[in-house]
Write a new protein. Structure first.
Length: 155
């Protein structure tokens, strides 16, 4: 039987139906990405791409103007996830923060695992030593899709 992890409620809020293990996984992953962002670790470079690929000076100037705000926005989203981790009901703004934070987690994890489009075409080989982490990546992708669908239902 298929379950929806996120369902729109009639009053405009959303119901989060996550198990204890799923909530723990989200908490651990979000905390890990927070640490990487705060340390300006190389693993989070993909979260802050250059604005101008062909102009290093313009990219550096742009980064100087917006980087701190972008970092704070990502940390705020993680804070929202952490604050609502035990909630069964969240509002649209909180769910939007979940979507953003999970996207950041997926980008970092995907980069570390070397995820490419062909992963979806060939599937995960159970003998691959990365199989457990790839399965977690797949679950995060599913959860983020659930969030996007729930948010889109309000448009």
């Amino acid at each position: 039987m298929f379950r929806h992890a996120v369902r729109p409620l009639p009053d405009g809020d959303f119901h989060l139906d996550l198990t204890r293990e799923e909530r723990t996984a989200v908490a651990d992953l979000a905390a890990g990405v927070r640490t990487l962002i705060e340390a300006d670790d190389d693993d989070v470079k993909r979260l802050f791409p250059d604005a101008y690929r062909d102009d290093a000076a313009a990219s550096a100037e742009y980064r100087g103007l917006v980087h701190d705000d972008l970092v704070q926005g990502r940390l705020d989203a993680i804070d929202t996830v952490t604050a609502t981790l035990e909630a069964e009901r969240v509002d649209a703004e909180q769910l939007g923060a979940w979507c953003g934070a999970l996207n950041d987690v997926r980008l970092v994890l995907g980069e570390r695992l070397g995820v490419t489009d062909d992963l979806y075409e060939r599937g995960i080989d159970p003998a691959d030593p990365r199989a457990p982490q790839l399965a977690l990546y797949g679950w995060l992708t599913w959860l983020q899709g659930e969030i996007v669908e729930a948010l889109a239902s309000r448009l």
